[in-house]
Write a protein that binds this ligand. Structure first.
Ligand code: S3P
Ligand code: PEP
Length: 415
């Protein structure tokens, strides 16, 4: 069964919008994601004075290499970590006072390493309420650049925000990281900067970004690999076959490696250059896996783990505690509600085989908890979600697409 409706990558759409805004000329993005996060990102760019023309299957952006055309703005980042961690650097490149705020959920998430880095570069940054959190006011006067040290152990997005802005600084930017999570997202940033004409050098812990204009581009956005994980997990759990076209071994997104995790658990996985197919085994096997690089798929694995024939242990995912919610705690609490044995530590979770019973999932407003446990629901009659709508952050049509897949499977069984 082919899932043709996996929408565009959130992370690629956000970077492409940023790069388009910084480029000299007009950029056309093909098949961007339109969801709460990326609509918020595009709206934020409009608020910053950029011309952004949105259509369902494309987006046209007029770049402004001098920084935001607006001489000041109030930018609302909604729930989006990408907007909160990328856009303040645009404010710093601009001229005027730029205030960034977000939802209560986003305000709880850390931003201090990024604002500390901007201060180290001489930018006037003020946390308006709580140090290290939104709302934040950036008084931009252009960025001269220079060298700084960054702790990216809680989020790689701090580094991406700085790298993306680096080419538009006067002297360029040198960033040395003391720790770094989610490395594939940084590789994605560098690959996309390259497509827009900039070459970052990365050696050991240090990234050097030369001052260099970005060139506008025509850019096609891949389907979202984290979103695909729910459909691949659904196949793995039910013994069915799912193919996601447009996403394969050549993908920019590290989360495509989730298919390899399913393979290690016994699924039959075909990872071609531009598609991935998963066929579920009779029974998944238990596994111990380090998900530091692909931690957005930790809840997907946790949600199918009870159906494996042995314990599933997921390690090195501390920073999932500072995502849309504390995801280690949310997974553990919800699995326990389903009657499944589970234990967590600072940066790990272990789940034992069990037979989940009917319960309501406490989504905590987190799209990934809602989508992951919807997959558990495929083998748990009576499982419900307290907040199904929270999927709007990255995939507003999730429940409809999953429902259509189930109807196709039922039709297959009849014929
Ligand atoms: O740069 C990005 O687009 C992202 C990086 C990751 O965050 P962290 O670096 O905070 O782990 C990921 O979880 C998030 O969904 C998107
Ligand atoms: C962590 C996530 O989002 P962000 O950090 O971009 O808000 C996510 O989508 O799982």
């Amino acid at each position: 069964m082919t899932v043709g409706e996996v929408p565009g990558s959130k992370s690629i759409t956000a970077r492409a919008l940023f790069l388009a805004a910084c480029a000299d000329g007009t950029t056309v993005l093909r098949r961007p994601l339109w969801s709460d996060d990326t609509e918020g990102f595009a709206t934020a760019l409009s608020t910053l004075g950029y011309s952004v023309d949105r259509a369902p299957d494309r987006c046209v952006v007029e770049g402004s290499p001098q920084g935001p055309p607006a001489g000041g703005a109030e930018v609302y980042c909604r729930d989006a970590g990408t907007a909160a961690r990328f856009l303040p650097t645009l404010g710093a490149l601009g001229h005027g006072t730029f205030r960034f705020d977000g939802s209560a959920q986003l305000r709880r998430r850390p931003i201090g390493p990024l604002t500390g880095a901007l201060r180290a570069l001489g930018v006037d940054v003020r946390h308006d309420e709580q140090e290290g959190h939104l709302p934040v006011t950036v008084t931009g006067a252009g960025l001269s650049g220079g060298a700084l040290t960054l702790d990216a152990s809680l989020s790689s997005q701090f580094l991406t925000g700085l790298l993306l802005a680096g080419p538009l600084t006067e002297k360029g930017l040198t960033v040395t990281v003391t720790d770094l999570v989610s490395v594939p997202y940084v590789e994605m940033t560098l690959a996309m900067m390259r497509r827009f004409g900039n070459d970052v050098t990365w050696s050991g812990d240090t990234f050097h970004v030369p001052p260099q204009p970005y060139r506008a581009a025509e850019y096609a956005i891949e389907p979202d690999a984290s979103t695909a994980s729910y459909f691949l997990a659904a196949a793995a759990l039910t013994g069915r076959t799912v193919t996601v076209p447009g996403l394969g071994a050549d993908a920019l997104q590290g989360d495509v490696r989730f298919a390899k995790v399913l393979q290690e658990m016994g699924a039959d996985v075909r990872l071609r250059t531009d598609s991935v197919t998963v066929t579920g085994p009779e029974r998944l096997s238990g596994i111990t896996v380090n998900m530091r690089d692909i931690s957005d798929t930790m809840p997907t694995l946790a949600a199918i783990a009870p159906f494996a024939d042995g314990p599933v242990r997921i390690e090195d995912v501390y920073n999932t505690r500072v995502k849309e919610c504390d995801r280690l705690d949310a997974c553990a609490t919800n699995l326990a509600r389903l009657g499944v044995r589970v234990e967590t530590g600072r940066d790990w979770i272990q789940i034992w085989p069990g037979t989940p019973r009917a319960a309501e999932i406490d989504c905590r407003g987190d799209h990934r908890i809602a989508m992951s446990f919807s997959v558990t629901g495929l083998r748990t009659p009576g499982l419900t979600l307290d907040d199904p709508g929270c999927v709007r952050k990255t995939f507003p049509e999730f429940h409809e697409v999953l429902g259509a897949l189930l109807r196709d499977w039922a039709a297959e069984d009849v014929s």
